[in-house]
Design a protein around this ligand. Structure first.
Ligand SMILES: *Cc1c(COP(=O)(O)O)cnc(C)c1O
Length: 364
């Protein structure tokens, strides 16, 4: 029997998300924090393993709500924000519109759910292109519009005015989701304060980029009506007891979280300066915990870095010609810069390359 004949056509043509473990000394490919938290042993010991977790994760929601100055009823917890993206598309359906290049999960999940995707290229400065976005919204009538700001993989925040134009043009027709996974590293404050003004606005946040990727905890913040609707499709025990308990404990330690973020932001700006001084390397400014940079031969550079123990992300197919490096510990960052300098010297990356962002090629 051919199993694939039984698979829904839009699933048959998918391929599984690649996340294989590649041994390296500096893992700078997945935008994780280089700083973890230790888990108090009494938390682990006191977990009743035979009981289901709190289905609503109320204690965790209360801590998050207090921190963000919203109500627990404005929050929905997910097994990572990836799961929330899944729930949003399950709840509101497509077409799903998003600018590109961006976080690939918006498109991957829309495809998995058989929904139509509309990818609108960003402008030459990696900002939202209203001349393309606004007509696309009118023409395609999306049910959901996703942005990530700061944007993965470009690193910049989109202009607030442009986001607001889109939010306003979507009023009454579509849900607008601002994915703020990297907000803790940004200089601007994000869109939470605007939730009260726009009942169709959703903010996504995650604990993954601030040192808790292993727990898989993300959440949505929105008006109560949206939370109630999305909650209907949420699987009952989607955030496990261990993750709820550990996240709760770590979030109470706000000082440590903030200190780690400050170190990463300082390191990011230092790294940006170092990269811009390497011949043939063009880094893009970043408000996140990673830096996108252009090199003459990305495949070769990616491989050469790995041979020296440094794993970065090859953005082939998302932003051709570019690699993305996550900000690591000061030691990891030094190791990365030294390796890249060595490769640049050997390969003779030359100044003649130095492409501007206008020449960026984007794929759909
Ligand atoms: C990493 C990332 C996420 C994933 O978050 P999880 O909570 O780990 O699922 C979501 N959105 C963007 C833009 C990201 O870069």
């Amino acid at each position: 029997m051919k199993i694939d004949k039984l698979v829904l056509p839009h699933v048959r043509t998918l391929s599984a998300y690649q996340a294989k473990e590649i041994p390296c000394r500096a893992k700078l490919d997945a935008n994780e924090s280089p700083f973890g938290f230790s888990i108090p042993s009494d938390i682990v010991r006191s977990l009743p393993t035979n009981r289901y977790p709190d289905p609503e994760g109320l204690a965790l929601k209360e801590v998050i709500a207090r921190e963000l100055k919203v109500k627990p009823a404005n929050i929905l917890l997910g097994n990572g924000s990836d799961e929330i993206i899944y729930y949003l598309i399950t709840t509101f359906g497509g077409p799903v519109l998003f600018p590109v290049p961006t976080f690939t999960m918006f498109g991957i999940i829309a495809r998995a759910l058989g929904e139509e995707r509309i990818a609108v290229p960003l402008d030459g400065a990696f900002d939202l292109d209203l001349k393309k976005m606004l007509p696309a919204i009118r023409r395609e009538k999306p049910k959901l519009i996703f942005f990530s700001s700061p944007n993965n993989p470009t690193g910049n925040c989109f202009s607030v005015e442009r986001i607001l134009k889109i939010v306003e043009s979507a009023a009454g027709r579509a849900i607008v989701v601002v994915d703020e996974a990297y907000q803790p590293f940004a200089s601007e404050q994000g869109f939470l304060p605007l939730l009260g003004d726009y009942p169709h606005l959703v903010i996504l946040r995650t604990l993954s980029k601030i040192g808790l990727a292993g727990l898989r905890v993300g959440f949505l913040v929105a008006g109560e009506e949206i939370v109630r609707e999305v909650n209907k499709v949420r699987l009952p025990f989607n955030v496990n007891a261990f993750s709820q308990a550990v996240a709760l404990d770590v979030l109470l330690n706000r000082k440590a979280i903030r200190k780690n973020i400050r170190v990463i932001v300082t390191e990011r700006d230092r790294l940006l300066g170092a990269l811009s001084k390497i011949d043939g390397v063009v880094p893009y400014p970043s408000e996140a915990n990673f830096i996108l940079f252009r090199v003459t031969d990305p495949d070769k550079t990616h491989r050469a870095l790995l041979e020296m123990g440094v794993l970065v992300r090859n953005m082939k197919g998302v932003v051709d010609g570019c690699l993305r490096v996550t900000v690591g510990t000061p030691g990891e960052n030094r190791m990365f810069v030294a390796a890249l300098r060595k490769i640049a010297g050997k390969e003779g990356f030359s100044g003649r390359h130095g492409k501007s962002r206008d020449s960026l090629r984007m794929t759909k």
